[in-house]
Structures are given as structure tokens and as C-alpha cells.
Design a protein. Structure first.
Length: 241
């Protein structure tokens, strides 16, 4: 039993090692943007009139709107898989479990619970992206909508909590004053879209698809910038090793 636990612990430490995180961070951006942009380009150029006004994001994985729906599937599944170790790495470095009060006397337990929830939600977001890649519109099985809702809610709430964390608390990833800019963006933008999007869906249904695209794209600047700071931290740790 102890041998099994030792093997699991070694595998976990390898998974969240700085070198692994460096690979995952770069690979996630290449997979997401490489296959994602390719999916949009193919749909627009070769599909039957694909536009952000008339099509949902999920239509990129629908053979009725694009000849190569697998590009969308790879983009979401691959990047979703790769961001899971990154968030485990963040949890270790920003919210270590305070098992011994003497070691972390000035860290309220509630702070760890709230921030641990933020990283847990981002992991749920990664799993949801994988789910969308597997259960695309062409392979729905009644699960596509569930994963879409999980992705939107978990990522946005996770960004808000992490934004709050890097704004008001010390952390080793984003130096000041960049932490204030990135933190406030992470708090304000998802909150605004969280309030406005349901209103638009009800009051102006003709703009539902455009609103989905706008809300989705609004998170990308934060996600990319945050990922670059994580890579910077991982690079530093690799050089010190």
C-alpha cells in the first residue's frame, strides 16, 4: 500500500514539475490557437456561410457548418487536458494546504478554501473543454450542452476568484503593478458578462450567438496573459533546478 502511494506521489510531483508545466503551457497555446484558428478559417472559407452572428461556437464542431469539425474537437480536448496540470501547479504554489498552523500562522483557512475553489473550478473548466471535444455537436449523446454550461460557469467564476487573489494578496507569479491590472480585469470583465449575457439572451435573442462569441473572446486576453506569467515562473524554477 505504501509502495503504491509512493508511486502515485512521484507521478503527481512529476506531473506538476516546472519542466512539465513549461511544456503544457506552450503546448496548450499552440493546440488551442493553432487548431482553433484553423477551425474558424476552414468554417468561414469552406462552410455554408459561417459567421459569428449566425453560428454558435459549437457549430465549429458540427459537420453541417464545417467540412473539418475535428479541428474544433482537437483544439478543445487538447488544450483542456493540458491546462489541468497547470492549475494543479498553481494550487501547489499559491494555495498550499495549511496542515500545520505554526508553519503558516498568518494565513486564514478561509483564504485557502476560497482560492482552492478557484483552481478547482479551472480544473473543472479543463475537464469541460475535454468533454466538449469528445461530445461535440456531431457526438452529442445529451452531454454537449451540459459541458458547455459547466465550461462557461466554471471558467468565469474561476477567473474572478483568481483575479481577486492576485489583486489583494501576495503571490509569486504576477509582479506589481501588473497583478492589479490582471486582477481587476479578471474580476470586472467576467462579472459584467455574467450579468449582461443573460439579459441579452432574453431581451435581444437575435444577438445570442454574437454575445456568446463576445463573452468567450473576452476571457482570452486574461487567460493568455495569466498563462505567460505562469510560464515565466516555471522557466525560473527550471533554471534554478
Amino acid at each position: 500500500m505504501q509502495k503504491d502511494q509512493s508511486w502515485i506521489n512521484r507521478a503527481y510531483e512529476k506531473l506538476i514539475a516546472p519542466g512539465t508545466i513549461r511544456f503544457c503551457g506552450y503546448a496548450a497555446m499552440v493546440v488551442f490557437f493553432g487548431f482553433g484558428i484553423s477551425a474558424i478559417t476552414v468554417a468561414v472559407l469552406l462552410g455554408p456561410g459561417f459567421t459569428i452572428m449566425n453560428n454558435w461556437i459549437s457549430d465549429l464542431g458540427n459537420h453541417n457548418f464545417t467540412p473539418v469539425p475535428i479541428l474544433f474537437d482537437i483544439s478543445f480536448f487538447g488544450s483542456g487536458l493540458l491546462i489541468i496540470p497547470i492549475n494543479l501547479y498553481l494550487r501547489k504554489n499559491i494555495t498550499p494546504t495549511p496542515r500545520i498552523s505554526e508553519v503558516l500562522p498568518a494565513s486564514p483557512r478561509m483564504r485557502y478554501r476560497v482560492m482552492g475553489l478557484g483552481f478547482f473550478l479551472m480544473i473543472i473548466g479543463g475537464i469541460s473543454m475535454m468533454g466538449l471535444g469528445i461530445f461535440s455537436v456531431d457526438r452529442d449523446f445529451g452531454l454537449h450542452y451540459i459541458f458547455a454550461v459547466l465550461l462557461t460557469s466554471s471558467i468565469n467564476l474561476g477567473i474572478i476568484l483568481i483575479g481577486l487573489r492576485i489583486t489583494i494578496m501576495e503571490q509569486p507569479f504576477v509582479p506589481k503593478p501588473y497583478s492589479y491590472v490582471l486582477g481587476v480585469y479578471g474580476i470586472v470583465v467576467p462579472t459584467i458578462f455574467g450579468v449582461v449575457t443573460p439579459i441579452i439572451f432574453i431581451v435581444l435573442p437575435q444577438f445570442q450567438k454574437l454575445m456568446e462569441w463576445t463573452s468567450y473572446l473576452s476571457t482570452l486576453p486574461w487567460m493568455v496573459t495569466w498563462n505567460l506569467f505562469i510560464l515565466r515562473h516555471a522557466e525560473t524554477q527550471v533554471k534554478r533546478a
